[in-house]
Design a protein around this ligand. Structure first.
Ligand SMILES: [Zn+2]
Length: 210
């Protein structure tokens, strides 16, 4: 690897090849032809994304275990958590909706949070994460399919409808989902695969990004 040779970058929008230049922290480089953002010099992106990811992981576990809300009816009440909601949808012959919730609200966010925690923790500890090319590609592919915010919106609509007939008590998982929606978005926004590649490129014997 020759660190002295100029790095070329292709514009995602118009394919124009341009030479990379070093940027001041917080600045971004735009394409000279179409003006699209080429790359940013995100300050402390690895540390920030790791903090968001770990906080989101804790909230994700809480959101999955504890009740989202409880309904009080005469003579008793019942609590609803995420797995209970999925089971209810399945039993109500809404199997495709149930599978969609499992995939977009549980499996994909879990996969993304675990993978990102592993990658970023390894980089933080100055290790080279095993299988990083596959993991980075996987984050890129599954990322858009994590839809916690859509689920959150669904819960809020259901709650508003339910309050007209029942006394609804918000649960711990509802607050967790609320904060998780923002943290999950912050994680995706601050994660920079380019920064991860740059960190990997600094270590001896590591292949550079294609
Ligand atoms: Zn361009």
């Amino acid at each position: 690897m020759d660190n002295q040779s100029p790095q070329l970058i292709a514009c995602h929008d118009c394919d124009l090849l341009q030479q990379e230049i070093p940027l001041k922290p917080g600045c971004s480089a735009s394409c000279s032809r179409c003006g699209a953002i080429l790359y940013r010099n995100a300050t402390d992106s690895i540390n920030r994304t790791l903090a968001y990811t770990l906080a989101a992981s804790v909230l994700f576990v809480i959101a999955n275990i504890f009740p989202i809300f409880a309904i009080e009816v005469q003579g008793g009440g019942s609590e609803i958590n995420l797995s209970g909601a999925v089971r209810y949808l399945w039993n109500q012959q809404m199997k495709s909706v149930s599978l969609l919730v499992v995939l977009t609200t549980i499996l994909i966010p879990a996969l993304e949070l675990v993978t990102m925690s592993y990658l970023l923790l390894a980089l933080k500890l100055r290790r080279i994460p095993a299988g990083y090319p596959i993991l980075l590609r996987m984050i890129n592919i599954v990322g858009p399919w994590g839809m916690i915010e859509v689920f959150m919106l669904g819960i809020l609509v259901s709650l508003v409808k339910l309050t007209s007939s029942f006394k609804v008590i918000p649960g711990v998982a509802l607050w967790s989902f609320g904060v998780l929606t923002f943290l999950y978005a912050a994680t995706s926004a601050s994660f920079s695969a380019r920064d991860v590649w740059a960190h990997l490129g600094k270590k001896p014997g590591v292949e550079t990004a294609a």
